[in-house]
Design a protein around this ligand. Structure first.
Ligand code: ATP
Ligand code: MG
Length: 137
């Protein structure tokens, strides 16, 4: 069954909406196969977002992602990658469709509540980045 990686970002953890966000996944056919709450350090966040290293916002992105704890999950379900992206909404919450996680819980393009893998290939890499085989159940 298809899997994708989700991260509840520091802004949403601080707001106390972990449960509300997880409910969106579980109510829409995405099962939690793995989950942990961690605080990323600069090195780990930088490695995770390596694809964005040359982007102008890379520094801010790493700073934000290390600003507080995050919840990392492997979600499983039919078409999990796309389904998660649909539930998340657009990167910029101002452009996110009504009823999406970002429209409802995010403040700005950097503090945008959640991360989700954008392809099957990246999902595989990102899940392996955070979880061992034994942790995915
Ligand atoms: P994510 O990868 O977090 O799921 P995304 O795939 O919707 O989000 P990307 O283009 O991969 O968006 O950008 C990664 C993250 O970098 C975004 O979630 C956002 O937090 C941040 N980001 C993207 N564009 C900008 C920008 N123009 N200014 C500031 N931060 C940005
Ligand atoms: Mg992305």
């Amino acid at each position: 069954m298809e899997k994708t990686l989700s991260i509840i970002k520091p802004d949403a953890v601080k707001k106390g909406v972990i449960g509300k966000i997880i409910d969106r996944f579980e109510s829409n056919g995405l099962r939690i196969a793995a989950m942990k709450k961690i605080k990323l350090d600069e090195k780990t966040a930088g490695e995770f977002y390596e694809v964005h290293k040359e982007r102008p916002f890379f520094g801010e992105l790493v700073e934000f992602m290390t600003s507080g704890p995050v919840v990392v999950m492997a979600l499983e379900g039919e078409g999990a990658v796309l389904k998660n992206r649909e539930l998340m909404g657009a990167t910029d919450p101002k452009e996110a469709e009504k009823g999406t996680i970002r429209a409802d819980f995010a403040e700005s393009i950097d503090a945008n509540a959640v991360h989700g893998s954008d392809s099957l290939e990246n999902a595989d890499r990102e899940i392996k980045f955070f979880f061992s085989k034994e942790e995915i159940l």
